[in-house]
Every structure is written in structure tokens, then in C-alpha cells.
Write a protein that binds this ligand. Structure first.
Ligand SMILES: [Fe+2]
Ligand SMILES: [Fe+2]
Length: 248
């Protein structure tokens, strides 16, 4: 029995492709087939695979059905985290999705899933690279106060969802946690954030995130160990469609 994670499948069996990158870069060529082959070589039916957001380009559920069929047909138990492109997943409808796909797929947002002694907790997270834009040396290039107020609200809401997740798991008796976010947990300066602080507060052993595409961005947030938390980027192109093994 093992636990794996990967993110950003960006499937589009029924919807027009919306990313130039997916049409241009070699790593995206037939990525659905490459990923399926990798999963079939690696996972057994007893394993668990966490898909860390950006599952489908479909704008509504009817445009995602084939994408879901593809995900369901992968080996093992599948747990999905909400990404910024997952338009089918209204934030208030996680329970409804869990009822609809009961026994087939699990949707992780503000709730938790168990894996042995571990609780898997998670939410979408939030983007830190705006309303201010920094260059590589941390100099501010632009600023938007209205957008800043909006961004702060989004961060607060996502932090509340993550706390709900940890608290629900703790109330159920769990003391060991793995934390999943779609967005990276920090800005590009890798400063502490509410997400890194919460992971430390609850003693999460790993924080797994995705969302980052393209070689020149892979180092945008924390990789490796910091203050007792192991940070892992698992976006599909970073992993070259090979699921990352988190636990045995
Ligand atoms: Fe993505
Ligand atoms: Fe994303």
C-alpha cells in the first residue's frame, strides 16, 4: 500500500484546449497516455493517488464527464483537490460531489481523508503573486490596492478552509497530517505565509502543492525541508507525469 500525488492533469477530452503551453511543449504531448502508462506500471488497486488540482479544462460538469471517466479508470483510490481551473467544482459543493461520486472518487476541500494513521487535509490555497509584482530580487514593480484587499480576503477564506480540514481530522482522533494545496504555499520570495505557519502549527509532516508550470518557475516556492515540514511540488510537467510517492 502506498500513497502517491501528482497535479495539473489539465484534461480536455471534451473541451477545447485553452493553454498554448499544452500545444507547444514536448512534455505535454500525449500526456494523458504517458500518465496512464506510468500509473499502470506503478500503482496497485490498494494504492492511493491524490490529484492536486487543475483536473479539467471543462467549464461545467457536462464538459468534464470524459475527463472523470479517465480519472476513474486509473488504478487505485483517487482523491481530488480543487485547482484554480476546476470550474466544475463550486467551492460550496464539495459534499455534493462526494455524494455524487461516492465509492469512485473523493473530493478534498475543508474536509479530510484518511490514509492509515495519517489524515490528508487540504484546500485550493491562494496565489500570492499579485496585486503586487516582484522581480527576482524582490523589488516591487507594480501595486494594486483594490486587488490587494480582494487577495487578502481569498487568503483568509482558504486559510479557514484549511483549518476546518485540520480540525475535523483532529476531532476524529488523527495526530499525523499531510497537507495538500493546489497553489504554492508562499510567494516567490519563499516568505512564511499563513499556510506554512498552519502546517507547522499542526505538525504536518509534508505539504504538497502543484500549479507551477514551466522549468523557469519550478523553484518559485519552497522545495525540501523547512521547520519540520517537507515541501513537495508535484505539478505534472515538473514530475514528467510520474506520480510522486509520499508514503509507503
Ligand atoms: Fe495548472
Ligand atoms: Fe493551477
Amino acid at each position: 500500500m502506498a500513497l502517491y500525488a501528482i497535479g495539473d492533469l489539465h484534461l480536455h477530452f471534451q473541451s477545447p484546449l485553452k493553454s498554448q503551453r499544452q500545444m507547444r511543449e514536448r512534455v505535454w504531448k500525449n500526456h494523458e497516455e504517458v500518465f496512464r502508462r506510468n500509473c499502470e506500471a506503478l500503482l496497485t488497486p490498494e494504492d492511493t493517488l491524490v490529484l492536486v488540482g487543475d483536473h479539467s479544462w471543462g467549464r461545467k460538469m457536462e464538459e468534464c464527464e470524459e475527463d472523470f471517466r479517465y480519472i476513474e479508470s486509473l488504478p487505485g483510490r483517487k482523491i481530488l483537490v480543487r485547482g484554480n481551473h476546476d470550474m466544475f467544482w463550486d467551492a460550496g459543493k464539495t459534499e455534493e460531489l462526494n455524494r455524487r461520486f461516492a465509492g469512485r472518487l473523493s473530493f478534498l476541500q475543508g474536509n479530510f481523508c484518511s490514509y492509515g494513521d495519517f489524515a490528508l487535509v487540504g484546500t485550493k490555497g491562494a496565489c500570492f503573486e499579485g496585486p503586487f509584482w516582484l522581480d527576482r530580487r524582490g523589488r516591487i514593480l507594480g501595486w494594486d490596492e483594490e486587488a490587494e484587499a480582494r487577495a487578502k480576503k481569498l487568503v483568509e477564506r482558504e486559510l479557514a478552509r484549511l483549518r476546518d480540514s485540520f480540525e475535523a481530522a483532529r476531532a476524529a482522533g488523527f495526530r499525523r497530517f499531510l497537507c495538500f494545496l493546489h497553489y504554492p504555499p508562499t510567494n516567490i520570495l519563499e516568505e512564511d505565509s499563513g499556510f506554512t505557519r498552519m502546517a507547522e502549527e499542526y505538525g504536518a509532516e509534508q505539504l504538497i502543492y502543484a500549479h507551477i508550470h514551466g522549468e523557469n518557475r519550478f523553484g518559485d516556492s519552497i522545495l525540501g525541508e523547512k521547520n519540520g515540514v517537507r515541501y513537495r511540488l508535484v505539478s505534472g510537467d515538473y514530475r514528467k507525469w510520474q506520480p510522486d510517492k509520499l508514503l509507503d
